[in-house]
Design a binder for this molecule. Structure first.
Ligand code: PBG
Length: 334
């Protein structure tokens, strides 16, 4: 025991500092507030409509007007940023995800509408092809494999298109090698030196993305799995290498994803690099809590807040969560 902790029982009684809410509050090492949260939004074409997502009860796909309203609500709740995910029409998908590069595509129009109506909110766009490809992969399929460098060439165009639409932060979630540097150069070259890059640096091939694939309509389409580009859940040192490369290539913030099964990675990344470190509490983590609460196995609000606070304790600076609105409402009332 280090000498700054000389006392032992019975002089030391750690329960003293847990006696009442007021003291627990004073000695709390981590805190969770609306300012820590990023709200993901799923968007669809149309106006005045919303679609339920079967595998994510309580989350809806919104038309652009609904997304604008949600952005306004986020600001009112103190949530600093939103992350947009388009669910595009099946007819617009093709093998190479070309719709991703259309400056008038759904996500670009959503960004523009939100930045016009709610300029103060941070808007984050995913850089990856999966919402746009018929096969549901994040990259280009060539001879049955995801072609790294050809994919990067497309992703840099996608990033520039999104920046031009007014997006504040581009978030490559594709896990191709070398894409952060390429995206940085492309943004700088196109006059978007101010646009930030949130790198999904340590993104694991995970079963916990299942409900998200339902939400963006890639679930039943996905051919095979994403294990040749997303990380193996056995690995932790490799996550540090991924993060180191992305920082060297110009990432402004790094993300660990999924969240709860990878808290050890969050801690190592934060301790090693001291970078703004974000974590993504993914769809499966959301749906687990919701489903267990629906069956009466868990208290929804308590489980939600405990899971979110755990990310702060593990060292995360911000948390992407489908609970963002609900959590912010609860936290505001406290
Ligand atoms: C893909 C992407 C995924 C998520 C965000 N961006 C899914 C995947 O990699 O298949 C998952 C988010 C979630 O599960 O909530 N670019």
């Amino acid at each position: 025991m280090p000498s700054q902790f000389p006392a032992s029982f019975p002089r030391a009684r750690l329960r003293r500092n847990r006696r009442a809410p007021w003291v627990r509050s004073l000695v709390a090492e981590s805190r969770l507030g609306p300012q820590d949260l990023i709200a993901p939004l799923f968007v669809i074409e149309g106006t005045g409509a919303a679609e339920d997502i079967a595998q994510m009860p309580g989350v809806q796909r919104l038309t652009i007007d609904g997304a604008v309203r949600a952005a306004r609500e986020a600001v009112a709740l103190g949530i600093p940023a939103i992350a947009l995910f388009p669910r595009i029409a099946d007819q617009l998908k093709d093998d190479d995800g070309k719709e991703a590069l259309n400056p008038g595509n759904l996500v670009c129009r959503t960004v523009a509408a939100i930045k016009q109506a709610v300029p103060g909110i941070g808007v984050i766009c995913d850089v990856a092809l999966d919402p746009y490809t018929t096969h549901g992969h994040d990259g280009l399929l060539r001879n049955g494999e995801i072609a790294n460098d050809a994919t990067v060439d497309t992703l840099i165009q996608q990033a520039v298109v999104q920046a031009r639409a007014g997006c504040d932060v581009v978030a490559p979630s594709d896990m191709m090698d070398g894409r952060i540097g390429a995206v940085r150069d492309a943004l700088d070259g196109a006059g978007f030196a101010h646009v930030q890059i949130l790198s999904y640096a340590a993104k694991y091939a995970s079963a916990f993305y299942g409900p998200f694939r339902d939400a963006v309509g890639t679930g039943t389409r996905l051919v095979g799995d994403k294990k040749t580009y997303q990380m193996d859940s056995a690995n932790s040192d490799e996550a540090l290498r991924e993060v180191a490369l992305d920082i060297a290539e110009g990432a402004d913030m790094v993300m660990v994803k999924p969240g709860m099964p990878y808290l050890d990675i969050v801690r190592r990344v934060k301790d090693t690099f001291g970078m703004p470190t974000f974590v993504y509490q993914v769809s499966g983590e959301y749906s687990m809590i919701v489903a267990a609460a629906e069956r009466g196995f868990l208290d929804r609000e308590k489980a939600m807040l405990e899971a979110l606070l755990a990310f702060k304790r593990a060292g995360a600076d911000a948390i992407v969560s489908y609970f963002a609105f609900e959590a912010a409402r609860l936290l505001q009332r406290r």
